[in-house]
Design a protein around this ligand. Structure first.
Ligand code: 13P
Ligand code: SF4
Length: 306
């Protein structure tokens, strides 16, 4: 048996012994997605974290995702094999900054993208993900909203609603830096391809996309589609499931810069160590957790389909 297979077997054995579920985001390295019990987008993984009967959740993803699991399941042990896997988008907003913005727009509820810290969620009225952002905003009675922290997602939501939207000026460097010229080049080379873009991309990229979807939304769309060629404007990790599940379809990544360094940190060795030692544990102080939970629960109560 080779060394890689030995590590995989040990991970499986340890996960069973520890009563652990392995959750992996759709951008994780291929071998981590392959070994995970459940892969998904931020919304799907939040739902899984909330309902799993297992006592240990190993979150292969970035910090805010494990924090969300800890907020939703405080009685469980939540492990993040790479605690240094942060998200620059989540780091671009602080609770103090958000409080200052609220003072400028009194009465406007705060809709916060889940790519944010627990402390920022605690200052928010409701959370959203890329899969449900428009539905979440439409679920609110108020005519004015604060959308934080991703300005591109905020801009996209603003095009889908007649509410007045106040946007925090943050972004995901991976999606925001996708050059328009690269997308145009890919579209010129493959004029028959369907363009799927993540809402964290810039407005000019989204304007060219045929469909704007979360990562799991893209997977579901391609699975059902009769089309054969797709340009994928999101992080390259999504290609693993797209190619595995659709061997007869073709996928084009418009730029080789679409790599999230934080998502790529997790290795099989990290996962094994985490299960072996039951560390590093992610916890959220109870006072923050309670308030952040309200915002997440409110989001999870919004119906999944329009
Ligand atoms: P999804 O919720 O669409 O998977 O996106 C998460 C993310 O981090 C996008 O950069
Ligand atoms: Fe954060 Fe962007 Fe990486 Fe997603 S792709 S985890 S938003 S840095």
């Amino acid at each position: 048996m080779n060394q890689r297979q030995q590590i995989i077997n040990e991970i499986r054995r340890l996960a069973a012994e520890r009563d652990a579920v392995i959750l992996a985001h759709n951008y994780q390295p291929d071998d981590i997605q392959e070994i995970a019990d459940i892969t998904g987008d931020s919304l799907g993984l939040s739902i899984e974290a909330a309902k799993t009967p297992r006592t240990v959740i190993v979150f292969c993803g970035v910090y805010f995702m494990a924090e969300s699991a800890a907020i939703l399941s405080p009685e469980k042990t939540v492990l993040l094999p790479r605690p240094d896997a942060g998200c620059p988008l989540a780091d671009c907003i602080t609770p103090e900054g958000l409080r200052r913005m609220k003072e400028k727009h009194p009465g406007a509820p705060v809709v916060t993208y889940v790519n944010s810290s627990a402390a920022v969620k605690a200052e928010s009225d409701i959370c959203c993900t890329s899969a449900n952002a428009v539905r979440v905003v439409h679920s609110l009675a108020e005519k004015e909203v604060i959308l934080a922290p991703d300005r591109n997602l905020g801009h996209y939501i603003a095009t889908q609603t007649d509410k007045v939207c106040h946007l925090w000026d943050g972004c995901c460097c991976v999606h925001d830096e996708l050059p328009l010229a690269m997308l145009r080049k890919a579209m010129d080379a493959h004029p028959d391809a369907v363009v799927l873009a993540h809402p964290e991309c810039r407005p000019e990229i989204l304007a060219l996309a045929h469909h704007i979807l979360s990562t799991s939304g893209m997977l579901a769309y391609v699975r059902k589609s009769a089309e054969e060629k797709f340009i994928i404007a999101t992080e390259m990790g999504l290609l693993y499931q797209l190619r595995r599940d659709n061997p007869d379809k073709e996928f084009i990544l418009p730029s080789s810069t679409l790599i999230c360094g934080s998502m790529k940190k997790t290795t099989l060795e990290d996962l094994r160590r985490s299960l072996e030692t039951l560390t590093p544990v992610v916890t959220v102080p109870e006072e923050i957790r309670r308030r952040a939970r309200r915002a997440l629960d409110r989001m999870l109560a919004v119906p999944r389909e329009d």
